[in-house]
Design a protein around this ligand. Structure first.
Ligand SMILES: *Cc1c(COP(=O)(O)O)cnc(C)c1O
Length: 963
């Protein structure tokens, strides 16, 4: 180390306020040890041996000088102050909400929750699985449906998923006759209509938009969607519509406001087939559009067609209750080109929070909130009418429409820092919310009084009042389960959240070496701004002039990502990687169509691609042609060339992951992109592996035309237990005009495709994290992050050498930022890759990616954020496990690997009849004893749970199989 006491130059040589020192794990001393382990003289030499020379960037990225954490904190506060937080009653699916502080502090601001991975390893994920089961139960109760998933991306994409799911489950006759019309009520939210259009066109679904009261049931439709309450705020009785629709074999979906369902009859009681919506108003900040969790509920009959993940109840080896993702609703099982949905990352953290909101408030609390909103709206309507205005809705929950001069009202309202929605020049729409007080109501009234030139009327206090008639009032129970009736004090809820948190392994315990998922540091400095209401409380559809801080951050982030990818422009709208894939392909489609190449619909996809790739291609109306891989795991160029030429008249795109999903920088990548261009196609690069590129090379340099980035992988947005995600697309010049738009706020290219996500800039609040990441790392820090990611991977590779064999490396024997370790030979010992994953839990680690992209292997990605000490602990664990594998025999499954993971209950039981010691089971290496993580259940039984599907928190007796 340095001795710097009296030497100022030396003192400043080590800038300890530099963020990269906090973000990057290995110290300078570690670096030298690690380089000698991997036999490289320097990082530069390692990179030279790893990344093909012809794609290495010759000049550094042009980004601003890195800010220290203190500088960034001041900077982001200044920008926050530029956002004007008006009282906003725009509605349209977004409402101000009150996030209970106990949930903010213990979940949103708690790395134990936000750094968790998607709960594939159920035994160390029981906490968030329970929180999601609560969420599903809440959704089922409020919607009156049988089955709900664990969240979708936003209400509009959930509506599109309903449209496509109902299309997929059409009757045999309907399919034979190609019945493809879908009715959309004109009361649907504008962003939902835009998204339905985006998703309908490529599948050949014909949308018919109209008035549901005059719908002609005799024509050939397969489905319909209604809004409840309508966008106008009017509440309709849909019972007879649904009844008639069903008589004509038309399935009905309803997009419903979750809070209104507390007061209104559930859509399930109208016998609808699907209910979707957002849970944003259950305590989630508006965040200028997201992230928020959408819900999707349906009949049990469609359990195999539901998009997204479903959490279900099952049992562990000892027959104890345990939870896991049911019905293989996981991304590895996305049905590739047979898929009807590409949902992978969803909105887990937000679903956890919304579910906790219901746990905290319970039925009584939610009823109080809903009644307050409804009564306030009723009082407001009456008082405004008393000023001589006409209110148009006859039955409403929280939204009224006033006939008035919109321009005049708007001027007075904005001067008073109030936002309404103005559907046309003669109508003002007002949506109230949980946070609306009598002071706010009186402020609204005074705006209308002033416009009418009248004395101010005043509301003294809110009295219970409603105009919801009996036939539309909820008459069924909800939130009866114990979990919703127990934790209503802050102490109780705090402890419940902690109890669940303790069951889950997150980054605040140990590294999560997930290949392709890049579980790097999610720095506190990046996360802190999310708690600031100047960022949280901005409605996505406010005039742009009120969101100056956001506009600056989003524009700057777009520019940063454009520079990092070497492209011409970026759209932040897609709210997951898979949504980015779909967006990118739709942009390519629009580009071909603009050139009258309507027939270009072939999408080449290598066999090793992630399941979302072919799923997205199918959703974009393309035909998937799979290309082969070579023995070394690279794209088979001759096969690719042959197929590109064979389909050259109809070639639309190639989807390629770089470095490849096998963790190799293919040296022929430029040749590959050239072949596609020569045959009239565009190149789509899946950016999940961007952590191996930033600052060293970029999709522009390899010759791609568009890529998505997973900001929740490479750019430090936490995984949140399986979401939120942000999946922007960056595009070359020729594709810029087609970047996605929004029907209310102008954004996107000048020939923009219709919406990909509900909000104009997708999950804007989460974008702050990536902005902080790039701004604090700067050019040098970003490049070094990539270099250390590669160093860390090669260090693991070297340390495991001789114990495990690595599949596929580059031409000079180096791994990229991740590597595939072969576990197939262990079958001789009766050991499967799953056994290794479960045994790692006993050592305090989360398993790497299992069986993707090659079955029977694990894919390890350490990221730059892990120190040498942590890498060593992980390698020690893997080497120790290798020894345990050697000792296992195929004829006797009673061994430490097959019995893993070991719970505290096993260790402390009065009897111990396993052929190894308790110490060996639970404390196999000395570091484990010092910081033991206990899995809370034994190995979960997936098949049992799928045979006895339970996806709500029903009491245990209701589901246990008769023995
Ligand atoms: C994560 C990932 C995706 C999908 O991203 P989501 O945000 O989960 O939708 C696509 N491709 C690859 C290779 C990935 O690793």
């Amino acid at each position: 180390m340095y001795f710097c006491a009296f030497n100022l130059n030396c003192f400043f040589a080590m800038k300890t306020d530099s963020f990269k020192l906090r973000h990057i794990g290995p110290s300078e001393k570690d670096l030298n040890d690690m380089l000698s382990t991997i036999k490289a003289d320097s990082i530069d030499q390692l990179i030279f041996e790893t990344v093909p020379d012809d794609i290495l960037l010759k000049a550094p990225l042009k980004l601003d000088k890195a800010m220290s954490e203190q500088e960034y904190s001041a900077h982001i506060q200044l920008l926050a102050a530029k956002n004007k937080v008006f009282k906003t009653y725009i509605g349209l699916g977004y409402h101000e909400a009150s996030l209970p502080a106990v949930i903010q502090r213990n979940i949103l601001e708690n790395p134990g929750w936000y750094t968790a991975y998607t709960p594939y390893q159920a035994e160390i994920a029981q906490g968030r699985l329970e929180a999601l089961l609560n969420y599903q139960t809440m959704v089922c109760d409020l919607t009156g449906m049988e089955l709900a998933n664990a969240s979708l991306l936003d209400e509009s994409t959930a509506a599109a998923e309903a449209m496509t799911m109902l299309f997929a489950v059409r009757s045999r006759t309907q399919k034979k006759e190609n019945i493809h019309k879908f009715f959309v009520s004109e009361e649907i939210l504008p962003q939902t209509l835009s998204l339905l259009k985006t998703r309908a066109i490529p599948l050949g679904i014909e949308l018919v938009i109209g008035d549901h009261t005059t719908f002609d049931f005799s024509t050939d439709f397969y489905g319909a969607i209604l809004q409840y309450p309508g966008v106008s705020g009017q509440v309709y009785d849909y019972a007879s519509f649904v009844d008639k629709a069903h008589q004509s074999e038309i399935k009905v979906a309803v997009a419903a406001d979750i809070l209104s369902l507390v007061s209104l009859k559930s859509p399930g009681s109208f016998d609808v087939d699907v209910v979707v919506g957002t849970t944003q108003r259950f305590g989630i900040p508006l965040g200028y559009g997201g992230p928020h969790a959408a819900y999707f509920a349906t009949r049990e009959a469609y359990k195999r067609n539901i998009p997204g993940r479903i959490i279900g109840v099952t049992q562990d080896t000892n027959g104890n209750r345990a939870l896991r993702m049911a019905l293989q609703t996981r991304e590895q099982h996305i049905k590739r080109d047979k898929a009807t949905s590409n949902i992978c990352t969803a909105q887990v953290l937000l679903a956890v929070m919304a579910g906790m909101y219901a746990v905290y408030h319970g039925k009584d609390g939610l009823q109080y909130i809903a009644n307050k909103v409804n009564s306030s709206t009723d009082s407001l309507a009456n008082t405004i009418e008393s000023l001589g205005y006409q209110q148009l809705n006859t039955v409403f929950f929280d939204t009224i429409r006033i006939k008035a001069d919109a321009n005049k009202i708007k001027e007075i309202a904005e001067a008073a820092e109030v936002n309404f929605f103005y559907p046309d020049s003669e109508t003002v729409s007002i949506s109230l919310n949980e946070a609306t007080t009598t002071v706010d109501l009186n402020a609204i009234i005074s705006i209308f009084a002033k416009a009418a030139g009248k004395e101010n009327a005043e509301i003294g206090s809110i009295n219970p009042s409603t105009n919801i008639p009996d036939n539309l009032r909820r008459n069924t129970e909800f939130l009866t389960n114990e979990v919703f009736n127990t934790y209503h004090s802050e102490t109780e809820l705090m402890r419940y959240i902690k109890k669940l948190e303790r069951k889950d392994l997150s980054l605040n315990h140990s590294m999560i070496p997930l290949g392709s998922c890049t579980m790097k540091l999610n720095a506190a400095s990046e996360m802190l701004p999310l708690s600031n209401p100047q960022w949280g409380n901005i409605h996505p559809l406010v005039p742009i002039t009120q969101a100056t801080g956001y506009q600056e951050v989003l524009k700057k982030l777009e520019d940063q990502l454009t520079e990092i990818t070497g492209f011409a422009a970026t759209s932040l709208q897609p709210n997951s990687g898979a949504q980015g894939e779909f967006a990118g392909l739709m942009v390519i489609r629009a580009y071909h169509e603009s050139r009258n190449d309507h027939h270009r619909n072939i999408c080449l996809i290598p066999s090793s691609a992630h399941g979302t790739n072919p799923a997205s291609a199918v959703m974009a109306g393309m035909k998937v042609v799979v290309t082969k891989a070579t023995e070394e795991g690279n794209i088979d160029i001759e096969d690719l060339r042959e197929k590109a030429e064979k389909y050259k008249d109809n070639l639309s795109a190639l989807m390629v992951t770089y470095p490849s999903t096998h963790g190799v920088y293919e040296s022929a990548i430029k040749e590959i992109t050239q072949i596609i261009h020569d045959n009239g196609g565009q190149v789509y690069m899946d950016g999940a592996n961007m952590n191996a590129q930033v600052g060293l090379t970029h999709p522009g340099a390899i010759g791609a035309d568009v890529c998505h980035l997973n900001l929740h992988k490479t750019f430090a947005i936490p995984h949140g237990g399986g979401g939120p995600g942000v999946g922007p697309i960056c595009v070359a010049k020729q594709l810029v005009p087609f970047l996605p738009g929004n029907p209310v706020i102008t954004t996107g290219g000048d020939q923009a495709i219709t919406a990909i996500s509900a909000a104009p800039w997708g999950s804007a609040l989460a974008c702050l994290i990536s902005y902080g990441y790039i701004t604090m790392l700067g050019t040098e820090g970003l490049k070094e992050s990539t270099e250390y990611a590669i160093l860390n991977a090669n260090y693991i590779k070297e340390r495991l050498d001789g114990h495990y064999s690595t599949l596929y490396s580059g031409e000079r024997g180096r791994a990229a930022h991740e590597m595939i370790v072969d576990c197939r030979p262990f079958k001789a010992h009766g050991i499967e890759v799953t056994d290794i994953a479960k045994r790692l839990m006993d050592y305090g680690f989360h398993a790497p990616t299992v069986s993707f992209p090659v079955a029977g292997t694990i894919m390890i990605e350490p990221t730059e954020s892990e120190s040498k000490a942590e890498l060593d602990r992980f390698c020690d664990a893997m080497i120790s496990i290798r020894q345990e594998i050697a000792e296992a025999t195929a004829d006797n499954p009673n061994n430490v690997m097959k019995n893993a993971p070991h719970t505290m209950a096993m260790l402390t039981a009065d009897t111990w009849d396993f052929p190894y010691t308790r110490e060996q089971a639970a404390y196999p290496l000395s570091y484990v004893a010092e910081n033991k993580f206990w899995p809370t259940v034994r190995r979960v039984d997936d098949a049992y749970g799928d045979r006895n599907l339970i996806c709500t928190c029903a009491p245990i007796e209701e589901y246990m199989e008769e023995v």
